[in-house]
Design a protein around this ligand. Structure first.
Ligand SMILES: Cc1cc2nc3c(=O)[nH]c(=O)nc-3n(C[C@H](O)[C@H](O)[C@H](O)COP(=O)(O)OP(=O)(O)OC[C@H]3O[C@@H](n4cnc5c(N)ncnc54)[C@H](O)[C@@H]3O)c2cc1C
Ligand code: SF4
Ligand code: SF4
Ligand code: SF4
Length: 479
């Protein structure tokens, strides 16, 4: 006897079930498929949210070590596989949310630094993230916070910890431009009441929001999120390769500092490797150009398909003041360092307001447009040029993240620029070639080329001829 076709709501449920059955991305196998297809950015969410601890992390990727109960939570949170901007945006930012805008939804902008000079000097830019978390912990506003520290087992990589004391938070200060499956640390608090805060890159915030959308316990447990601006991250393998190449014979890398504050002051921090014999190697470039050199030999993978540079779904996002003045110099240059704060949610705006009356930070308002203009090249890459890459990959039948919204248009000029950009990133095919380029980039020729490029940017900015990303992460876009 034929079964009657379900009707009304039941039909909807049945269709969704059929869709679910047919979806190749399910449970552990689905997650492993995400990894195989190059969609994993190694955020650690599938590890941290799995209710039965199926995964450990291996080289930053999920590695199944226990049985799976087929709840599909891991696939549900995976922001490498899918980010439903409209769904998250409407739930978080209100029914009028629409995908688009270089910075997402903004509620003002601030230039800020930690009031405590010690915290300020330890931070990547103005020590703002650290100062806020220390303040929140000391005042009992939060019980702890998810932060990223260096991995003691693999110094080239980062890892998440739940910081419960100001000392833990201080340990996490600085940017780690490397793979960090930080959300795996959420396993530690899965049965704990909050409130906790979480600091994360945009993709990490996406995963957390995805879980919070379907499980309000996670929204209550981690009610505060601090995002970091992010152009892209470097795979830890590049840092490892660089350290191994620079290490004295027979020695290992014991410590990596990606942004060691030095006497030159912001933004000229140093990349630094420490070796087992006690010696250190300091990059001849400032931190950002070193990052740029390493990025030339890095397979950037999923980061090249990422559409969020401003942590649009965090309560507020923190970045560097990459803003040039009319003379081509940094407009908000201070040797001690400053950060920018962009509140995205209403709660984020309230939190920043409350911080104004606390003594943890020195803040002053900034026009939002200056941040968009300063990081224009990075932000337009994230929207228009990434949209171009996604269209091309779809046409070629290559895996792409699921973004269920219309993608932004791309101009012919942006397409040309992107093709050139991608061609210059095809340098990771051979280890020997990578090492040769690293030696050149980190040696006197690299210093000469970087200095020439920076001088050209300053000149063009002073002549008003370019929109600058104003950072050494990005490119200048001619008007
Ligand atoms: C990979 C990466 C790319 C970035 N790209 C840009 C950019 O293009 N433009 C821009 O303006 N800013 C960018 N930033 C942010 C910038 O480098 C600073 O982190 C930011 O200005 C905050 O500085 P702070 O002194 O206030 O923070 P600090 O007080 O130094 O605190 C930094 C916090 O960052 C967290 N953290 C460090 N590394 C990681 C990581 N790998 N994953 C998750 N959390 C981490 C730590 O938990 C720490 O709490 C990037 C950061 C990273 C990690
Ligand atoms: S138990 Fe659930 S979250 Fe864990 S691996 Fe299996 S499907 Fe994924
Ligand atoms: S992107 Fe994150 S959630 Fe997805 S597979 Fe990779 S580590 Fe897991
Ligand atoms: S570029 Fe995107 S995917 Fe890559 S680390 Fe940054 S936020 Fe994550």
């Amino acid at each position: 006897m034929r079964r009657a076709a379900p009707s009304g709501r039941l039909r909807g449920v049945s269709e969704r079930l059929q869709h679910f059955e047919a979806d190749p991305y399910r449970d552990t196998d689905g997650i492993l498929r995400v990894v195989r297809e190059g969609l994993c950015h190694r955020c650690g969410a599938c590890v941290g949210f799995c209710p039965v601890g199926t995964y450990a992390t291996k080289a930053g990727y999920p590695d199944p070590v226990n049985d799976c109960i087929h709840c599909n939570i891991c696939v549900g949170v995976c922001s490498g596989l899918a980010v439903d901007y409209p769904a998250i945006g409407k739930a978080l930012l209100g029914p009028d949310y629409a995908f688009g805008g270089l910075l997402g939804t903004t509620r003002g902008a601030w230039l800020a630094h930690a009031s405590d000079p010690d915290i300020r000097s330890r931070g990547a830019s103005g020590g703002v993230v650290t100062a806020i978390l220390v303040h929140w912990l000391k005042t009992g506003f939060i019980k702890g916070a998810l932060v990223t520290v260096g991995d003691p087992d693999e110094p080239s990589m980062g890892r998440g910890i739940i910081a419960r004391t100001p000392e833990d938070v201080l340990r996490a200060a600085q940017s780690r431009y490397t793979t960090a499956p930080s959300l795996a640390a959420l396993l530690e608090i899965r049965d704990e009441d909050g409130p906790f805060a979480a600091v994360g890159l945009p993709c990490q915030i996406h995963a957390l929001r995805k879980r919070q959308l379907v499980d309000p316990r996670w929204a209550r447990r981690v009610p505060y999120t601090i995002g970091l601006f992010c152009h892209y991250n470097l795979p830890w393998e590049t840092t490892k390769l660089t350290g191994a190449m620079l290490a004295p014979r027979g020695e290992k890398v014991t410590h990596v500092r990606f942004r060691q504050r030095d006497e030159r002051g912001w933004p000229a921090s140093t990349y630094e490797f420490t070796f087992s014999g006690g010696s250190t190697w300091r990059s001849p470039h400032a931190s950002s150009p070193t990052f740029n050199v390493l990025s030339r030999v890095s397979p950037l993978g999923r980061c090249l398909m990422c559409m969020d540079g401003a942590a649009e779904f965090s309560d507020f996002a923190i970045g560097d003041p990459w803003i040039r003045g009319k003379d081509g110099e940094w407009k908000y240059h201070s040797v001690e360092g400053d950060s920018t704060i962009v509140p995205h949610t209403e709660q984020g705006a309230r939190l920043v307001d409350a911080l104004r009356s606390a003594d943890a930070l020195d803040l002053r308002p900034l026009p939002v447009a200056e941040i968009a203009e300063g990081q224009h090249a990075m932000l337009t890459e994230k929207k228009a040029r990434v949209a171009f890459r996604l269209r091309v990959r779809r046409r070629l039948g290559l895996p792409v993240p699921r973004y269920p919204m219309p993608l932004p248009a791309t101009t012919a000029k942006q397409r040309r620029k992107d093709i050139l950009f991608l061609l210059t990133r095809l340098n990771s095919f051979s280890r020997a070639w990578q090492q040769l380029l690293l030696r050149i980039g980190l040696g006197p020729i690299g210093v000469f080329l970087v200095n020439r490029r920076i001088a050209k940017r300053k000149r063009l900015a002073a002549q008003g001829k370019v929109h600058l990303s104003a950072s050494d992460y990005g490119d200048a876009t001619e008007k």
